[in-house]
Design a protein around this ligand. Structure first.
Ligand code: HEC
Ligand code: HEC
Length: 515
């Protein structure tokens, strides 16, 4: 888009220059001609008697010549001015052609949406979200109930998925749900072009993203008060207010206890935006067909997205295992920023040999040159320094306990029942402090104060579940792993950065980590 604009600007500048030069040339020639013109000499030849008098010199060299010359000049001007003007309009014509194509695709896509494929029956007009009639059956194919399966709003689908991901969903559908495979790759009736047309139509339906970057990019980022950015800002505020109002309402009406739970289940009872902003529709068994039907296990994020079969069971601490508190690299292998280190001044950790390993100000171990250890190839280790790229799982021993920092602490180790102090203060007894002698041999003190032995890791900075936040913000990317060992094949976990305000994302994450 931007490069087309630059191209057009260049194009225009060149054209205008050529046009101006031509015009000036014309004027100069005209003036010179007038100035060098001499008076007429007149005719001196007698006409022979057998000849018909032709036009007189006066006439020939007067009006006739003038007419011919004017005509030629006109044609010349037409060429000289017309060609550059034609050329000038060329970028506009290209854009126009693209627009015209898109418009016809859009019209065809709208037609597919409402008439041919009747997406509108389930997803509602304008993609506002709705429900799909569905017959629930048990494992033996016996009738259970007639239900309405929430059909997510599509007027925000491109905020949550890339167009390629939407194409994938359209091609293959959501097996086990009312959403059929529509594209030919999945055995459906729509050609590649028809699927593309629908996506182009969906573009026109999209609501404003809440992502500040998207809001800024709606206008000219160089301008402070660009009207389009302001309009986008306003639209985002309206949309955010509507989402907050729905969450508040659901809590007031007693549907949910906390903000996290309410966001996780957004739209369960009211069908808000077809449940498109909920997590539960993919992470809770039977959520999409409603409370009364198959939600035997309650509304927590357990049991995956059965019966649609999408999404993961997030209960039983699974999410924490995927994004441990001590996740220290994000899914791209970059170090995550540290939240501060518990057991030292934050500037070093200890290696196996008791060497002090320097940390940079984000808490990442660095060598003497200030280079991050991450640059070590996997399996290569500097003397006395454990490998980068390792995992705590490879340690022979990792204490579950934190060493007591100061005073009362700890409910953190689930295997230790906290004992109340006998002094009646109502605070907890510190658990016994572990020493290298307790675990034997080579011990490193981890950044959060735990001890580990026989590791081939560089310990990570303390607790960053930022990786969890980032995952929910951007969603799964096809073919790219996430968290610790998460494999994403199709990228079907949507990103919620454009659809949920940051505090809601954090609330839902806290909720998940407690499941
Ligand atoms: C019979 C009803 C029905 C029809 C017709 C239908 N869908 Fe769906 N669609 C659904 C349901 C239900 C879901 C949610 C499935 C689930 O729970 O995972 C869905 C999911 C989707 C999704 C994924 C959205 C998300 O946020 O997870 C997209 C995109 C989509 N449909 C687009 C379309 C398009 C485009 C058409 C028309 C070509 C269409 N659907 C036709 C019922 C339908
Ligand atoms: C349209 C379905 C869908 C929705 C809605 C959805 N997820 Fe997911 N989620 C998935 C899928 C699918 C995966 C598995 C990742 C993959 O393979 O792409 C996943 C994975 C996850 C994981 C990692 C689980 C693991 O053990 O690997 C977390 C955490 C998660 N989702 C949180 C959320 C949150 C929070 C929300 C709501 C804000 C949400 N999800 C909404 C489909 C969904």
């Amino acid at each position: 888009m931007i490069s087309t604009a630059i191209l057009a600007a260049d194009f225009r500048a060149i054209g205008l220059t050529v046009g101006a030069l031509t015009f000036v040339g014309f004027v100069l020639m005209f003036v010179r001609n007038i100035r060098s013109a001499k008076p007429e000499l007149g005719s001196e030849i007698e006409l022979a008697p057998n000849r018909k008098p032709y036009l007189t010199d006066e006439e020939l060299e007067g009006p006739k010549l003038d007419r011919a010359l004017t005509f030629a000049l006109g044609m010349l001007a037409l060429l000289a001015v017309g060609l550059p003007v034609y050329w000038l309009a060329e970028p506009g014509r290209q854009d126009g052609a693209v627009d015209a194509y898109n418009l016809s695709f859009e019209v065809r896509g709208a037609n597919t949406y409402t008439v041919d494929a009747q997406c509108v029956n389930c997803h509602a007009a304008g993609g506002a979200g709705g429900g799909a009639a569905y017959v629930l059956q048990d494992a033996d194919g016996q009738f259970l109930a007639n239900v309405s399966w929430k059909a997510p709003a599509l007027n925000n689908v491109l905020l949550r998925y890339s167009e390629d991901e939407v194409r994938y969903i359209l091609n293959y559908g959501r097996p086990g749900s009312p959403m059929a495979a529509w594209g030919t790759p999945g055995g459906g009736p729509l050609t590649e072009q028809a699927v593309n047309n629908v996506i182009i139509y969906l573009r026109t339906l999209q609501v404003q993203s809440l992502d500040p970057l998207a809001i800024q990019e709606a206008g000219d980022p160089a301008l402070d008060d660009d009207p389009e950015s302001l309009a986008a800002q306003e639209a985002a505020e309206t949309r955010e207010a509507a989402i907050r109002a729905e969450v508040d309402r659901s809590i007031q009406d007693g549907e949910f206890q906390t903000v996290g739970e309410a966001v996780f289940n957004l739209g369960l009872v009211s069908g808000f935006e077809g449940g498109s902003l909920s997590c539960a529709r993919c992470h809770t068994a039977g959520w999409s067909v409603g409370l009364d039907n198959v939600l035997e296990e309650g509304i927590e994020g357990c049991g995956g997205g059965n019966p649609s079969g999408i999404g993961f069971n997030l209960c039983g601490g699974r999410t924490k295992a995927r994004f441990p508190d001590d996740t220290w690299k994000d899914s791209n292998g970059n170090w995550m920023p540290a939240g501060g280190l518990a057991d030292n001044d934050g500037s070093y950790i200890e290696s196996a040999d008791g060497d002090k390993i320097r940390l940079d100000d984000t808490g990442v171990p660095v060598d003497a040159d200030g280079e991050r250890y991450l640059i070590l190839d996997e399996g290569v280790s500097a003397p006395g320094i454990p490998d980068a790229g390792g995992d705590l799982a490879s340690c022979d021993f990792v204490s579950k306990l934190w060493q007591p920092p100061t005073g009362d602490a700890y409910p953190f180790d689930p295997e230790i029942t906290p004992a109340l102090k006998t002094d009646g203060s109502g605070t907890f007894e510190d658990p016994p402090e572990l020493t290298p002698a307790d675990v034997g041999g080579q011990v490193i003190t981890l950044g959060d104060g735990r001890l580990a032995s026989q590791c081939d890791v560089v310990e990570m900075p303390e607790r960053t579940s930022d990786a969890h936040y980032e995952f929910v913000y951007t969603g799964a990317v096809a073919g790219k792993g996430y968290g610790r060992g998460g494999q994403s094949a199709a990228g079907l976990m949507p990103g919620f950065g454009g659809s949920l305000p940051p505090d809601y994302i954090q609330a839902v994450i806290d909720y998940e980590r407690g499941l």
